[in-house]
Design a protein around this ligand. Structure first.
Ligand SMILES: NC(=O)c1ccc[n+]([C@@H]2O[C@H](COP(=O)([O-])OP(=O)(O)OC[C@H]3O[C@@H](n4cnc5c(N)ncnc54)[C@H](OP(=O)(O)O)[C@@H]3O)[C@@H](O)[C@H]2O)c1
Length: 250
């Protein structure tokens, strides 16, 4: 890998991925809205790093990032930008809810398509990795639209992968369980000292880099979540799973 574009690079998983990729000698394009945080990250990265602030909920702001993709055709794109909202659908404005579709789904799809197109035109091989979530596996009251955006991203990415594979271009999907970023706080959750089944962000970033290296189509991170997903989807009644998921959020 020579050049990797990482969205959501200002915080959590995206930030960790930039640090690990840079350690492997990969040149980074780091994108997010918060330019200050990107600049802080850049202090820990080589000088060749490019910073590209963009608001992925805004199609006009996405255009500049797309221009960069067309020009540079990065051989790795990681769509890590995303956010969630805890609470029943009617507890948020519809504008806020729809923003989740724009960032988690629309932007990830648009960047994936543009990256794949640029690679194909330049006859290059490459990997696009979309960060979905273990939540994608469930009907999830109180986290409904977030889970739906991640499920749609998972479905889209799997089909797109089959279409692009003959050209040596892969679209991989990661489904991480809970990890210790600011994600839950931003979603409206409380900061707890210790959370059950919560992974270090670095562990998730390492698993994603391994997934890219092995070109694994879909990966649930980690083994405990693989087991939980199996039990929740195949062994327990749906009403019971919904009840547990909902109570875990409130
Ligand atoms: N943490 C978890 O437990 C968990 C579990 C499963 C999946 N995930 C997924 O993992 C990914 C990374 O999340 P995280 O946990 O690392 O959360 P995080 O620390 O909150 O990071 C989210 C990143 O997304 C960026 N972002 C949010 N809205 C944006 C917008 N409108 N335009 C551009 N960038 C935007 C943020 O940057 P700016 O605010 O600077 O724009 C930030 O860099 C997300 O897709 C999330 O859904 C998280």
């Amino acid at each position: 890998v020579n050049l990797a574009l990482v969205t959501g690079a200002s915080s959590g998983l995206g930030r960790e991925l930039c640090l690990l990729l840079a350690k492997k000698g990969v040149r980074i394009i780091a994108s997010a809205r918060n330019f200050e945080k990107l600049r802080e990250l850049a202090l820990e990265l080589p000088e060749s790093t490019l910073l590209h602030p963009a608001d992925l909920s805004d199609p006009a702001s996405r255009k500049t990032l797309i221009a960069l993709i067309r020009q540079m055709a990065p051989d790795v794109l990681i769509n890590s930008a995303g956010f969630g909202l805890y609470g029943d659908i009617l507890s948020h404005s519809i504008e806020e809810e729809l923003k989740m579709i724009h960032v988690n789904l629309e932007a990830a799809i648009e960047l994936s398509v543009e990256a794949a197109k640029s690679l194909k035109e330049k006859k290059k091989e490459g990997v696009i990795l979309n960060v979905s979530s273990a939540a994608a596996a469930f009907i999830y009251p109180s986290f409904a639209l977030y889970a739906a955006t991640k499920a749609a991203l998972l479905h889209f990415s799997q089909s797109f992968d089959t279409e692009m594979r003959p050209f040596g271009i892969r679209i991989l999907t990661a489904l991480p369980g809970k990890f210790d970023s600011d994600f839950r706080l931003k979603a409206g959750g409380k900061r707890k000292k210790k959370e059950a089944f919560c992974m270090p962000t670095r562990t998730v970033a390492q698993a994603i880099l391994e997934q890219i290296q092995k070109k694994q189509k879909v990966r649930i991170i980690d083994l405990r979540y693989k087991l939980l997903l199996f039990v929740g989807r195949h062994l327990l009644p749906q009403w019971f799973v919904e009840k547990i998921l909902r109570s875990a959020i409130q």
